[in-house]
Design a protein around this ligand. Structure first.
Ligand code: SF4
Ligand code: FES
Length: 258
């Protein structure tokens, strides 16, 4: 196959970027999308040009490092697939593909297709953990977890933090990511002691970062390579509301009793 690529080239955050055309000849349908870019980069390097920068690590769809837009679709638009697991057999000979970095105010471009997703790290730091004195290794069955809770928590825990949900959302909102992280701990028995505080802190941090607000477009769920359900956003909103309303009710009740 022979493809025409239009790739966003931007040498650094403060520099202006532009789309540059590249020819990608002799593309095998068995290549992954990143392997195809590796071959393009080998050609650029051989000609003494700067290779196209893109993020990647595991190339197995599990680390969340990769991700960019292909013709306006996060990870290329193949359902439940990261761009590292997207194969060239999904494209046709002669296709013209435009590659751009995630476009979101909260994810500034570092270089070419690489963006800074530090905002996600700061949301996790604000509450995405369970504080326990672990002591010695606990018995695996010491805290029974109901099967139904384990299943739903595992669905949320599949989020790999890639940022496709933000990039595809017309508002640039990060509700799906945050909801997955709030829920995968909040649904387990081990996560209960900090459930309220976690929801409040993580939502507060989400608001402090430069993300937009969720207006239920649902594009995030469609673009998510792990098919995280937007039901988790409703779950997070319920947790947040309960955490904010419960202390006020308790204070009111205590005042009334006095
Ligand atoms: S919710 Fe999905 S799209 Fe968003 S960061 Fe997690 S895995 Fe990526
Ligand atoms: S490189 Fe790890 S998910 Fe794509």
């Amino acid at each position: 196959m022979r493809l025409k690529l239009r790739v966003w080239r931007q040498p650094e955050s403060s520099a202006a970027g532009k789309l540059v055309e590249y020819d990608a000849p002799e593309v095998s349908p068995d290549m992954s999308f990143l392997e195809m870019l590796d071959v393009v980069n080998e050609g650029l390097t051989a000609r003494g040009e700067e290779p196209i920068a893109f993020d990647h690590d595991c190339r197995e769809g599990i680390c969340g490092a990769c991700g960019f837009m292909i013709n306006g679709l996060a990870h290329g638009g193949e359902r439940g697939t990261t761009v590292c697991q997207l194969h060239m057999r999904n494209f046709q000979d002669g296709d013209e593909l435009t590659l751009e970095p995630w476009r979101a105010r909260a994810f500034p471009v570092i270089r070419d297709l690489v963006v800074d997703r530090g905002a996600f790290d700061r949301i996790i730091q604000s509450g995405g953990y369970v504080s326990v004195n672990t002591g010695t290794a606990p018995d695996g069955n010491a805290i029974p977890v109901p099967k139904s809770a384990a299943d739903v928590a595992m669905d949320a825990a599949q989020c790999i933090g890639c940022g496709a949900c933000v990039a595809q959302c017309p508002n640039g909102a990060a509700q799906l990511f945050t909801a997955a992280k709030v829920s995968h701990l909040g649904l387990l028995p081990q996560g209960q002691p900090e459930r309220d505080e976690r929801a409040v802190r993580m939502v507060a941090r989400l608001e402090e970062e430069m993300f937009g607000s969720c207006t239920n477009y649902g594009e995030c769920e469609a673009a998510c390579p792990k098919s995280i359900s937007i039901d988790f956003i409703a779950q997070m909103n319920r947790d947040y509301l309960k955490a904010r309303v419960r202390p006020k009710r308790q204070a009111k009740a205590a005042g009334g009793a006095g």
